[in-house]
Design a protein around this ligand. Structure first.
Ligand code: OGA
Ligand code: MN
Length: 275
């Protein structure tokens, strides 16, 4: 018998998980089912999980090692525990389709985000399946993309974070520590083998080998392809909701439609090199 309850959200991705209390130690069977559900549905939604930072980190460690992102909002003191604290989210970076930190060689495998304080309305998060996006491309477009690689660069997202007072890192120092990296435009999921589009407007700056004009035509098209609602689901948070997404196969978009304080706590998991 299954240890957890799973309610799918859309045909493309997403599942609400029932019957799990993250304050309690998780049985190995439960961990395995959550892991399997993440692979199948890409993003998992848990409700009413009033857990503290240590419990959130304990939950995360069942699925991998916690990573320290190259830069993060400057609130809080634990580098493994990211505090997002926003009142004017427009243009701060997450209100654009993206996967997290693709500008490093081994972008995160996933993130576990918890709602701590929410505005009275607004502040939903949208998720999109990069598998569904890739599979909706025509075979000739898929064949073209299959052979391409793209450059991902920390500069733009870091500049935005500094500009909006979300980071006090030194731009040049971090650019030197994290020079631009190349990833395949179409990434094969390391566990399931399913292929998905792996470019985003936050960090991807150009497709390798294309002329300037070709790049200008193709890269925005591929980044924006994920915008179709057919590939998406949307999550409305309650306080103590927790979302766990597979950063290898899912993009997300934080809707910037609120002007009262929103506080979220995130733990990020180490990933591997995309192939
Ligand atoms: C993130 C992110 C979305 C949100 O934590 O990486 O993009 O809704 N958050 O806060
Ligand atoms: Mn993000």
């Amino acid at each position: 018998m299954a240890a957890i309850g799973i309610d799918r959200v859309t045909a493309a991705l997403g599942a609400e998980i029932r019957g799990v209390d993250l304050r309690e130690p998780l049985a190995p069977a439960v961990v395995r089912e959550i892991e399997q559900a993440l692979l199948e549905h890409g993003v998992l939604f848990f409700r009413e999980q009033d857990i503290d930072p240590e419990q959130q980190k304990t939950f995360a460690r069942h699925f991998g090692e916690i990573s320290v992102p190259p830069f993060a909002p400057k609130h809080g003191s634990d580098p493994e525990y990211i505090v997002l604290d926003q009142v004017a989210p427009k243009g701060q970076g997450a209100d654009q389709w993206h996967s997290d930190n693709t500008f490093i060689e081994r972008p995160p495998m996933g993130s576990i985000l918890k709602a701590v304080k929410l505005p009275p309305v607004g502040g939903d998060t949208c998720f999109a399946s990069s598998f569904a996006a890739y599979e909706a491309l025509s075979p000739p477009m898929q064949a073209l993309c299959d052979g391409l690689r793209a450059v991902h660069d920390i500069t733009r997202p870091l500049q935005k974070a500094i500009e909006h007072g979300q980071s006090n890192e030194d731009l040049e120092q971090l650019q030197q520590r994290f020079p631009p990296v190349e990833h395949p435009v179409v990434r094969t999921h390391p566990v399931t083998g399913r292929r998905g589009l792996f470019v985003n407007r936050n960090s991807t700056t150009r497709i390798v080998g294309l002329s300037e004009r070709e790049n200008e035509a193709l890269l925005p098209f591929l980044c924006d392809h994920v915008r179709s609602p057919a590939f998406q689901c949307r999550f409305h948070w309650d306080t103590h909701s927790i979302v766990f997404w597979d950063n290898r196969s899912v993009q997300h978009f934080a809707v910037a439609d609120y002007d009262e304080r929103r506080v979220m706590h995130r733990v990020t998991l180490e990933g591997d090199e995309p192939h």
